[in-house]
Design a protein around this ligand. Structure first.
Ligand code: F6P
Length: 620
């Protein structure tokens, strides 16, 4: 038996014998218990377990958590939430909220349920923007407040399915590719117009899909070049989907312009391979219509970017990652995503808090972060394919909850910080700090019970598979953190399937909605992002003025190199000298301005001019 670092590797023959003699009980066998409806949400007298497991308030002083293993076990069983049909469990036992806390939150949660009911009925739940919030209708169009909206949703879904089928079956094909069909999808979009499609693709795309998807989600020219270079000659068989709700996001526009340039240089007609997903009559929509792009799909006013995974934004890219093999749909089944989300939404409509998984999450977040975001949410999926879930949740949670003012106009500076990658990988990165360092977080473990497709498993040491290690790492980390008073939630699904992914998205969308009600903020606008966008626009406007000033000085005979002070003075913005320095340094680094004297390390010494004088611009 070989041994490396204390791990034993038995011979294959011995492994086989051991495998036969040591049947492993699937972890799921321990999970068929339906928790008694007890403690809260029902009359106290209905539960005998309640009294034994309720955590006494005096045990929870100053954040100290219950440690008695038997009491913890009862707490686990009493609070375990199970969605039978979805095979989803939620364990909140390692969040130490007390009965008193629950009692205090119950009326607030009931108020939140009423607000969510109103929202689903079409109330203007986003008052700052005067908009309805309708992402729940996308997976259950019958809920839409009128038949016009219902038809819009249903017709769009039909159009998505038809277009995806036609592309996959090569009924729709690229005009000048020898492949005779599309082989690649390039999705251009940012924020909510990228994160959902990226997460779903990473989670669910088949290993070798007939249409491979890649993303441009930034205005980084090197990143864009990298994608185009990787496409190489396959640009001719690339379906480009440009996604932007507003149709005017600069990063997305730049991605589009860059890719259109690549098409021109390759002698290809972009319009025959371009698809737009955007609001009707947006800049992007009008461009696509006027240029006669291959297809256009609508994005609805009442769906926010970060909750748009189940609109055309998420569904079209996902649908293109499916294919038929032996008469069976392989890859991503978008209808299953919708079913999973719809089932989860239904579960989240109950007003019995203990039976409402989204409410339980919101309750835990309130307890763990004091309802003011005092602790961060570390999301740790123990499954590689869910790697991007934490990134997806980062936008969903932080763009929704990170607000300066509440709905009554009080300054509250709310939020809930989300980060994480995956377990057990992060064990070897930052878990050290989580276990022993600054105590400013709670963890959400995402557990997937099925390790591998049946028939593929094997024991890499007696009685233990690779997946058992992953399971052990999760359980070990959960226990080790809890032993040091670090609280955690565990969400468990059987498998990563379109249905469970839909359910996970819906679970967190609703938890965010409920939590936003608890802290009285508008979860559906993002005024803070606008400030950054506006400031970026001002920087670019200043750059244009600097270039004009430099151009004028560089057209003189002899050329007149300018100091930063001189540029600032001629631009009439002396207070902007630092920004002018940064712009000049960036232009110089990209050979668009030349430094005549000094160096960027000593800003006061710099004198700048342009390599070429543009006389036309002088007289423009
Ligand atoms: O889909 P759009 O309009 O291009 O916006 C992209 C993203 O930009 C934001 O407006 C701000 O980051 C997000 O809410 C949105 O998902």
């Amino acid at each position: 038996m070989a041994s490396i670092s204390g791990i034993c590797y038995p011979s294959p023959a011995l492994r086989l014998r051991l495998r036969r003699s040591l049947p492993i009980l699937p972890p799921s066998c321990t999970r068929h218990l339906r928790p008694p409806r007890s403690i809260v949400g029902l009359p106290r007298s209905s539960s005998s377990a309640a009294s034994s497991s309720a955590v006494p308030a005096e045990k929870i002083k100053n954040g100290a958590v219950e440690k008695d293993p038997i009491k913890l076990w009862h707490r686990y069983v009493d609070w375990l939430y199970q969605h039978k049909e979805l095979g989803l469990f939620l364990d909140v036992s390692r969040i130490g909220f007390t009965e008193e806390f629950f009692d205090k939150m119950e009326p607030k949660l009931q108020k939140a349920f009423r607000a969510m009911q109103d929202l689903e009925k079409g109330a203007i739940a986003n008052p700052d923007e005067g908009r309805m919030v309708g992402h729940y209708w996308l997976r259950n169009p019958k809920l839409a407040p009128n038949s016009f909206l219902r038809l819009q949703i249903e017709n769009t879904l039909d159009a998505i399915c038809k277009f995806a089928d036609d592309v996959i079956s090569a009924k729709i094909k690229p005009p000048s590719s020898s492949a005779g069909r599309f082989t690649q999808v390039l999705s251009v979009g940012i924020g909510g117009s990228a994160l959902g499609p990226q997460f779903v693709s990473e989670a669910l795309a088949p290993d070798n899909p007939p249409l491979k998807i890649r993303f441009i989600d930034n205005t980084d020219p090197a990143g864009i070049d990298h994608q185009i270079a990787q496409l190489g000659p396959e640009l001719a068989s690339t379906l480009v989907i440009v996604i932007s709700k507003s149709g005017g996001t600069p990063e997305t526009r730049n991605g589009l312009l860059e890719i259109q340039k690549a098409f021109r240089e390759a002698g290809l007609d972009f319009s025959k391979q371009g698809v737009a997903i955007t609001q009707e009559n947006s800049l992007l929509d009008n461009t696509a219509r006027i240029e006669g792009w291959l297809a256009r799909f609508p994005m609805f006013d009442w769906v926010g970017g970060r909750t748009s995974e189940m609109s055309a934004v998420g569904l079209l890219p996902a649908a293109l990652q499916a294919f038929i093999s032996f008469f069976l749909l392989q890859g991503i089944d978008i209808k299953e995503i919708l079913v999973g989300a719809s089932m989860m939404d239904e579960a989240n409509r109950t007003t019995v808090v203990k039976d409402n998984p989204a409410a339980l999450l919101a309750l835990c977040w309130s307890w763990a972060s004091g309802g003011i975001g005092s602790k961060d949410m570390v999301v740790l999926p123990y499954k590689d394919s869910l790697l991007l879930f934490s990134r997806y949740l980062q936008q969903l949670v932080m763009e929704s909850l990170g607000k300066e003012f509440d709905l009554d106009g009080n300054r509250v500076n709310q939020g809930l910080t989300v980060y994480g990658n995956k377990g057990s990988t992060d064990q070897h990165a930052y878990i050290q700090q989580l276990r022993e360092g600054v105590h400013n977080f709670f963890v959400t473990f995402i557990e997937v019970l099925h390790d591998r497709p049946p028939g593929h498993d094997w024991e890499l040491e007696p009685g233990v598979t690779c997946g058992d290690y992953l399971f052990g790492m999760l359980q070990g980390t959960r226990s080790a953190l809890y032993a040091n008073d670090r609280e955690s939630i565990t969400v468990t699904v059987q498998e990563v399937t379109p249905r469970s992914v839909g359910a996970l998205i819906a679970l967190y969308e609703r938890a965010v909605g409920i939590y936003a009600c608890l802290i009285n903020i508008n979860a559906y606008h993002q005024p803070g992002v606008e400030a950054g966008k506006k400031a970026a626009g001002e920087v670019l406007a200043l750059q244009k003025r600097i270039l004009a000033v430099l151009n004028e000085a560089s057209c003189k005979e002899p050329i007149e190199p300018l100091s930063l002070e001189e540029i600032a003075e001629r631009c009439h913005v002396p207070e902007q000298i630092e920004m002018i320095y940064k712009i000049v340094a960036h232009l110089a680094a990209n050979n668009r301005a030349l430094i005549a004297e000094g160096s960027c390390g000593s800003p006061r010494s710099i004198k700048v001019f342009l390599g070429e004088c543009n006389v036309d611009e002088l007289y423009a």
